[in-house]
Design a protein around this ligand. Sequence first.
Ligand code: ZN
Length: 238
Amino acid sequence: MKVSCIAFSFFYIILFSVQTQAQECYKFITKDFVLGKFDFETDSCFIKVAPELSNKTIYLQKEVYDAFVKMNTAAKKDGVQFKVISGTRNFFYQKSIWDRKWKTNSNLSPIENAKKILLYSSMPSTSRHHWGTDLDINNLSNSYFESGQGLKEYNWLIAHAHDYGFYQVYTSKNNGRTGYNEEKWHWSYMPLSCQYLEFYNTNITDADISGFEGSELASELHMVSNYVNGISKIAKTQ
Ligand SMILES: [Zn+2]
């Protein structure tokens, strides 16, 4: 059954009785916000992840964090635990990642350089990590999640994460998904992120992606259609 993004979001609001303040954060969707051009450290909709649930200073949207804590509490009962190893990254943080990789691959042509970085890393202004809704869990390697404790963690997430609003967006590319390679560690809180994607698709074009080396390639690479919308089928139907 295809459910609209708004209906989907209200489903989770009712399910978790999300606080009024979190609901107010739905209103603050602007072009600068979805492009990552804001300061999440001073934004009242964001909160720092507790040290025992992260490996460094990480911020998430409060509603996302609350859902993650609930999910982790349930997982612990099944012998599985999660740590957030990356959360919100704004335009400037993503630019520092992009610039470092751009320099590393400077022997390549600009288009090949960009394509290589885009296997796993986003252009600034196209990352779902800008929104405070997406988090990387436990390990940044697919192979970690393919055996032992990592497989147990991944199987738990596949079975239960959607009960808390989280979906793997960068799934296998075998069925025609475009964009980034599979990321078994990257989970998105869809009740909010589906709304941000809707706004993005209505208001942002490749021409809005600018301000860093290689940004002129955004339209040639069809960044919005191939990458921002290169997400799993189930994420697209929300
Ligand atoms: Zn990620």
